[in-house]
Each structure stands twice: as C-alpha cells, then as structure tokens.
Design a protein around this ligand. Structure first.
Ligand code: S3P
Length: 436
C-alpha cells in the first residue's frame, strides 16, 4: 500500500487505560546499528525499534558488508567490522524518510576510502542537508549534493581534520554527524550548540569505550579511537509514549502506565510541558538501561491549562510539538509556542501541517514564524491530511478522543517509520481507531 492510501478513522469518546509498552527508542536504535557496525566484536541489541527508519539504517550497513542477525523480532547481533572495515556499497544507500540516518551517516561516511551515494524519499529529499555538509567540508570531506539537499554523493577521503564547530542550531543530528566524522579525523573535534540537544551519541560512544567530553551544549572527542563491542538494551521511545501521555492527560478518568520509557533529561521536555499545563504525571521504578535513565510513567487525566512555551523547552521536546499542540487545543485558555522554527524542517512543516489540521477541525490556531498560538476549546470532527508525516498522523488520531465527531486522517502509512503497531496498541488502550 502506498503512503497516501492508508488512512485512519477515529471515533470520539473512550478513555485510555492500562499498562503499555511502546516500541524502542528510534534515536538509540539507529545509533546501536551504526556504532555496533564500527565496533570490534559482537554487539547485541535488545528492544530494537523495527520501524522503517531504523530498518533503512540496518540495510545500509548490511550493504556495506556488516553481518547483522535478528534472532528475535527486536533482538540483533551485529558483527562489527571496526572503524576501517566497511566495504563500498554496490548501490545507492536508500535511507527512506530518515533524517537521522542521512545526517549521521554523512558524517561517518566522510571518512571512508570509498564513494557512497545517499538517497531518500520525497520528504527527506526536501530537507536541508547543508547544515551537515558545511561542517563536514570544513573537516575536508568532499560531498556533492542537489543544492544542499539529497541525494548526497560522498567521495572517498582518508585525512579528515578535526574542527571546533559552533553550530547555529541545536541539533543532535548535526552534532552526531560531526562527532562521527571526528572519529576519522586527526586531533580533537568539538561541537558547541546554542541549546543542549539529545546526547545519546555521547552516552553510547562511551558505552563502546570511546572517550568523549560532554556537557550541556558541548561535546568533543579525539580522532582515531576504536569502538569495542557491547550489549545494548533500548528503552521505550518517549517520543512514542508522548502520544499516550497526552491521550491520557486530556481525558478525565484516564489512567495509564507506560513501561520502560527512556527519560534521558535531554528528551523529557514533554513531561515538563505537560506538568506546566497541570497534568498529573509520575515517574515510577526509575532505573538505568546501560547509560540511559529509564522509568515507568504514570499519567492520570484531568484539566489542562494553556501555557507559554519558549526556546528553553524546545530542544528537549522537539519531536513532541505536534502532540503538544493537541494538548493545547483541549487546554483552558491560550497556549503560545515560540523559538521552535526547527519544526518547519521536520518530516513536514509541522507548524503548517498542525495549524491547517487544527483549523480544519474548528480550533482557533494561528501559525507564527517560529511556533503557534492555539486557543483551547472544542474540536469538531472532520478530515485532516497528515502530509505523510508520522507524528502528525498519530497526533490527530489521539485528538479524536475529545473531538465531537469522528476524525479521518489521510496519508498514514509513514507511522510505520517510527511506531509500527501504533493503531493496534492504541485500540488496546481504548482508542476507537480503524485503519482503511
Ligand atoms: C534526532 C534528532 C532530532 C530529532 C530526530 C532524531 C536524533 O533532530 O528531531 O527525530 O536521533 O539525533 P535534530 O537533531 O535535527 O533536531
């Protein structure tokens, strides 16, 4: 079925209940493949996300000669080839919808002795790659692109040089791409960011035995360090859990527990935002999976209030704004989000997609250059176009819990990029969702 053919119809009413385990973290799953492939020895991964984005990363490394076994649905055995063991792929590496794959791999492929060609789907081919090409070129990489967009042609190189890079945007994809190129460079590669972006790369490289200097807004490593295989347990993805957190928070009488969720402080902005809005959220059973903090998250439904969300909360909740706008639509009063212009260059322009969808359902929303103004109140039913953006599709599905009539959401197949089994899990939790 092509992306535009799958739609959801969601009947209003109902409330969420029970204990749920959403699939593995997307950022950590991508990195487990990449670092496992570059390590020496056998890396095992449990709880791997089998979404299409991570499968693209897996296939790309298999195409470069890395043996990866899948003894169970979400378990992997990665036979690492070492920093210099990748082989030239015979065909272009198709990275589908995945910006993380393209930007991180652009970095690590910049240091290889072969040419690689990175391609993606229509959405990925529209997204800005200059932000990663420019610093890599400063390191000496040679990258051909379609005016700063995919496809990327990365030419062979052996002597990258370390740089000290001040990134204009807080982006873990840029930071990580540079650090991975830095493994192949001579000297110390440093990245400074205006705000702290997610730090999974720094944590996981350390688990692989790499010395990394890291603090909020800064990361650095010396080139030439080898990675030693390790065992990785992937937490449940807080960005997937967020849909159910908001679903429970907006419906009085709901109560859910989300198990094993990654609560790395660079990712927990959604918890801060929902608490600001007055939601009842508790972390239970706090523990660690390796270097990553994990907890069970209990959410009870109640009334939310509108809030102001500024730049300081954006990086730690960057993927959660579509569902935050839904929370805002049911909150009392106005919510204003500012400093979130990055939303315009995600899988779709998430400010425009969400604003158009909310207005189609009768919600008073106004797009701002760097955010949105949403007036909480009632939501009618109707049809919205997800524009092939997984998080837009799931956000409007959850919104239907409190809508007055059914909501039909078009173009939903890309939900599989990050959350395979979303509709079935949502149905089990109490959402009246049908796929067609
Ligand atoms: C990701 C970083 C974020 C996020 C994306 C995953 C990562 O992108 O939106 O879904 O795994 O590094 P940016 O770094 O561009 O903000």
């Amino acid at each position: 079925m092509s992306s535009s053919e799958l739609s959801y119809t969601v009947i209003p009413g109902g409330r969420l209940a029970g204990r749920l385990r959403v699939p593995g973290d997307k950022s950590i799953s991508h990195r487990s493949i990449m670092f496992g492939a570059l390590a020496e020895g056998l890396t095992t991964v449990e709880g791997f996300l089998t979404g299409e984005d991570c499968l693209c990363t897996m296939k790309a490394f298999q195409a470069m000669g890395v043996r990866i076994e899948r003894p169970a649905e979400t378990s992997l055995r990665i036979h690492g080839v070492g920093l210099h063991g990748l082989q030239s792929p015979r065909e272009p590496l198709d990275l589908g919808n995945s910006g993380t794959s393209m930007r991180l791999m652009a970095g690590l492929l910049s240091g290889q002795h072969f040419t690689s060609n990175l391609v993606g789907d229509a959405s990925l081919s529209r997204r800005p790659m200059k932000r990663i090409i420019a610093p890599l070129e400063q390191m000496g990489a040679r990258i051909e692109s379609n005016e700063g967009k995919a496809p990327l042609n990365i030419l062979p190189h052996r002597n990258l040089k370390a740089i000290s890079y001040h990134s204009p945007v807080a982006s873990a994809q840029i930071k990580s791409g540079i650090l991975l190129a830095g493994l192949y460079a001579q000297g110390k590669t440093e990245v400074f960011e205006p705000e702290a972006s997610r730090d999974h790369t720094e944590r996981m490289l350390r688990a692989f035995g790499v010395k990394v200097e890291a603090r909020a807004g800064y990361a650095a490593l010396e080139g030439g360090q080898s990675l030693k295989a390790t065992a990785i347990q992937v937490p449940a993805d807080i960005s997937s859990a967020a849909f159910f957190m908001v679903g429970a928070a907006i419906v009085p009488g709901s109560e859910i527990v989300l198990s094993d969720v990654g609560v790395n402080p660079t990712r927990t902005g959604i918890i801060d935002v929902l608490r600001l809005m007055g939601a009842d959220i508790r972390l239970e059973n706090e523990r660690r999976f390796g270097d990553e903090p994990v907890a069970d998250i209990r959410v009870r439904g109640g009334g939310l209030r509108g809030v102001r969300i500024g730049k300081e909360l954006v990086a730690a909740s960057i993927d959660e704004f579509p569902i935050i706008f839904i929370a805002a639509a049911f909150a009392q009063g106005e919510t204003v989000v500012e400093g979130a212009e990055e939303l315009r260059v995600k899988e779709s322009d998430r400010i425009q997609s969400m604003c158009d969808g909310l207005r189609a359902l009768g919600v008073a929303a106004q797009a701002l250059p760097d955010g949105m103004r949403v007036m909480g109140g009632r939501m009618r039913g109707g049809t919205v176009d997800s524009r092939g953006d997984h998080r837009i599709a799931m956000s409007f599905a959850i919104a239907a819990l409190r809508a007055e009539q059914p909501i039909r959401i078009l173009d939903c197949a890309n939900v599989n990029t990050s959350f395979p089994g979303f509709a079935a899990l949502a149905r089990a939790a109490g959402l009246g969702i049908r796929e067609a």
